[in-house]
Design a protein around this ligand. Structure first.
Ligand SMILES: [Zn+2]
Ligand SMILES: [Zn+2]
Length: 245
C-alpha cells in the first residue's frame, strides 16, 4: 500500500458535540483530507442521516462540501447514508461513491443524484494510500476506510463496526499488509465496560497511538477504553479535528 504525507479528519456530525455552536445528530459524518507528494484529495466518510446538521456544522467549521472528491459509505444504515441524495448534487459531477455491497435502492439513489456507485465487496486501494477493507464478515454489510500515513502507520475509520471493531482492525492490517496501526476512529458498536476493556486491551497490545470511539459506542464502553488507553484516548464529537502527519 502506498504512503500518504498526512491525513486530517474533521468530525462533521456525531451523536455528541465537542465544539460550541455545533449540533449533534444520531449518525456519523467525517470529512477526510488526504495529502500525498503530488496532490490533496477529500473524502466524505458517511453523510449522517441529517443533511441539515451536516450543512450547518460544515458551514460553521468553514468546510466547503463542494470540494469533496469522493464519498465513502461504510454501510447502508440511514444514520450513515441518509443524506446522500442531498450531498451528491452539491458536488462536482460525477462523484464516485464507495459502498460495501449491492443495495438496489441505495444504488438507484446514488445514480439519480448524479453519483457513480463503486461496490467494494473486495479490498481495493481506490486512491493512492487509501483502501476499502472490502465487505467484512457475514452480518450487516460494512467496510472500513484505511489510510497509510508515512512514519505513522494505518489510520482506520469505522462507521458502526457492526462486524466487530477487533475484526475490522485485523482485516485492515491483512488487506493493507501494514501491521502498524496508528489510529482507530469511529463507531465501535459496543456498550458495556467489559467490552470496552476487551477492545482497549487489544488496541493497546497492538501499540495503537490514538483511539477515538464515537457514534454507536456507549458511555460505559468509552470510559473503560479511556481508563485502559490513558492519554491515547481522545474524545470525539461534532467539531473534533485530528491531524496525523
Ligand atoms: Zn450507525
Ligand atoms: Zn449501523
Amino acid at each position: 500500500m502506498k504512503e500518504l504525507n498526512s491525513v486530517r479528519v474533521t468530525t462533521l456530525v456525531d451523536n455528541d458535540v465537542l465544539k460550541r455552536g455545533l449540533t449533534s445528530s444520531f449518525g456519523l459524518s467525517l470529512y477526510v483530507e488526504i495529502s500525498t507528494e503530488r496532490e490533496r484529495r477529500i473524502i466524505l466518510m458517511d453523510t449522517s442521516g441529517s443533511f441539515d446538521t451536516l450543512l450547518k456544522n460544515a458551514s460553521k467549521l468553514d468546510v466547503n462540501l463542494s470540494g469533496i472528491n469522493a464519498i465513502f459509505i461504510s454501510h447502508w444504515h440511514g444514520d450513515h447514508c441518509g443524506s446522500l441524495s442531498h450531498v451528491l448534487p452539491l458536488l462536482r459531477q460525477p462523484t464516485p461513491v464507495y459502498v460495501p455491497s449491492e443495495n438496489s435502492s441505495g444504488i438507484r439513489e446514488i445514480k439519480n443524484a448524479g453519483g457513480v456507485p463503486r461496490v467494494c465487496s473486495e479490498p481495493v486501494e481506490f486512491m493512492e494510500g487509501v483502501m476499502s477493507t472490502g465487505e467484512i464478515g457475514r452480518g450487516i454489510s460494512e467496510h472500513s476506510l484505511v489510510m497509510n500515513v508515512r512514519n505513522k502507520g494505518l489510520v482506520i475509520l469505522t462507521g458502526c463496526a457492526h462486524p466487530g471493531i477487533v475484526s475490522t482492525v485485523k482485516r485492515a492490517q491483512q488487506v493493507s499488509v501494514v501491521s502498524k496501526v496508528y489510529a482507530v476512529i469511529g463507531g465501535f458498536h459496543i456498550s458495556s465496560a467489559r467490552e470496552g476493556v476487551y477492545v482497549a486491551e487489544f488496541l493497546r497490545e497492538l501499540g495503537v497511538k490514538l483511539v477515538s470511539p464515537c457514534h454507536c459506542t456507549g458511555v460505559n464502553a468509552k470510559n473503560a477504553i479511556a481508563n485502559v488507553m490513558k492519554d491515547r484516548y481522545v474524545r470525539n464529537g461534532s467539531g473534533k479535528v485530528f491531524l496525523i502527519d
